[in-house]
Design a binder for this molecule. Sequence first.
Ligand code: AMP
Ligand code: MG
Length: 344
Amino acid sequence: MSIILGIESSCDETAAALVTSDRRILSHKLAGQEEAHAPFGGVVPEIAARAHAEIITPLIEAALAEADLELGEVDAIAATAGPGLIGGVMVGLVTGKALAMAADKPLIAVNHLEGHALSPRLANPDLEFPYLLLLVSGGHCQILRVDGAGQYRRLATTIDDAAGEAFDKTAKILGLGYPGGPKVEALAKAGDATAVPLPRPLKGSKEPHFSFAGLKSAVVRAFQSGEHRPEDIAASFQQAAVDCLKDRLEKAIEDHGAAPHLVVAGGVAANVSIRSMLEQLASDYNMQFTAPPLWLCTDNAAMIAWAGAERFALGLTDPLDFAARPRWPLDRDAEKVRGAGVKA
Ligand code: AMP
Ligand code: MG
């Protein structure tokens, strides 16, 4: 059994956690920055980096204290090394390196996306490789086949916005504030999902990818027309997003085959309409559906510690000069898609 300290600081959440290789979460601490970013309607990188730097050391101390551990009792230190806002990533990674050096412990530089991708295995010991993963967050929208820690095949990604970004932008247009996903979902409950005709970008396309930019523009036009109630726009938008995710997952399953498990991870996985669509889809294709608890879906350090534990068990540690990476795809062999500076 090993004990891993996890550190996360890639976006607007500072977090520290202690997790064991036999799936015990000894402590997890999280400090959000919502108030600092709210006036700007989105995350401001410089404000985020400063806030991480202020709180990260006391947060790690608090995590160790709650677990009743000294740094010397930890077996390895796992820190998010990317992808993300580079100032914040550097704060967490440099802190991890300093602790690793001071305590003479191995460093594990964790890909934040791998944290999300493996987090369902922390919550569910029965979840074996391989599985099909829908990773839906504020920065990413991908379908991956997960064959093992460090072994990912990207089947689809977004050519423009991420799903969470579309929720956040819809919230901004409707004046609901930041972060928008939960607010759009709450407002949608009172609306009619068939009231506003909105597009389903790339639905039925031979191309395997996602696109949300056209949906966002259509939401802007619907709002500006003044013809629709905000709750109807929210409900119709949410239904369009659900339909796009469903269609693209079906395409991935038809092209690449089903897997024993269908898994969702990332902040957007908190959405109940999306979860129920996924549950139904999994049962249609004879797959088991796994969704981690909500607190594990949004950014946290337990998932970073767990990804560290999975890598540590495989002997995968990293040198202290490992550089922070603003971009870091899980599948390095995946083809570039149009939108990433590539024309169709
Ligand atoms: P992450 O990037 O993984 O931290 O997740 C944050 C993203 O998830 C943001 O874009 C949120 O708007 C989105 N999100 C959180 N809760 C919900 C929800 N209930 N419905 C839709 N999106 C959500
Ligand atoms: Mg994330």
